[in-house]
Design a protein around this ligand. Sequence first.
Ligand SMILES: Nc1nc2c(ncn2[C@@H]2O[C@H](COP(=O)(O)OP(=O)(O)O)[C@@H](O)[C@H]2O)c(=O)[nH]1
Ligand SMILES: [Mg+2]
Length: 207
Amino acid sequence: MTEHLLKILIVGDGNVGKSSFVHRYVSGQFNKTYKMTVGVDFSVKLLHWSDKEKVRLQLWDIAGQERFISMTRIYYKGALGCVVMFDVTSSSSFSSCRHWKEDLDNKAMLPNGDSIPCILVANKCDLAHRAVSADTIDKFSKAHGFITWMETSVKDNKNVGEATRMLVQEILSVQSTMDPIHRPEVRVYPHPDSEFNRSSGGERGCC
Ligand SMILES: Nc1nc2c(ncn2[C@@H]2O[C@H](COP(=O)(O)OP(=O)(O)O)[C@@H](O)[C@H]2O)c(=O)[nH]1
Ligand SMILES: [Mg+2]
């Protein structure tokens, strides 16, 4: 059994739904009350990807507030994929995606120097008031090198798993084309801390 350890970043302006997205993906729940992320939050989820592969996702939920942006270089280190998120009812959060993608491409790259796979996520599609058209998002996504874009509603649990799956698929496909010495965190299972993994309860209810 091969186990891939993938660090994935979730970036975007504050209030677009990043923490809710991670919470929904990892625990299946949605909370209406807003709790600002300070700095970075970190979650793990184990996926049984195939008969031969497990994927351990590390999800780094990075605060969108300006005052934390200078710290992102440290957080981006070793990331193999990214979700750039905006709120479809907020045109300013969409405009910021250009900045988030540029910032990402400047600070995070694959061991071979390529930019890391990145998906553009248009969240809160359950809300009636859309500030950005699908056509505009589509053009932006293609022009800025995203693997694709997807509408999500964390509230209604729409496309949360699908968006993540698509990103993981792309990461694994990029990894498989890379020289083995450039593949950062691929381990053979079982490995020495497998006992520890078996007893850590938080990640069991996965997939
Ligand atoms: N209507 C709606 N509200 C959402 C959705 N996702 C998140 N929210 C709400 O948006 C607010 C900000 O969410 P949060 O996850 O804290 O955003 P973050 O600052 O990007 O981490 C919270 O009140 C959430 O309940 C969604 O898909 N639809
Ligand atoms: Mg947050």
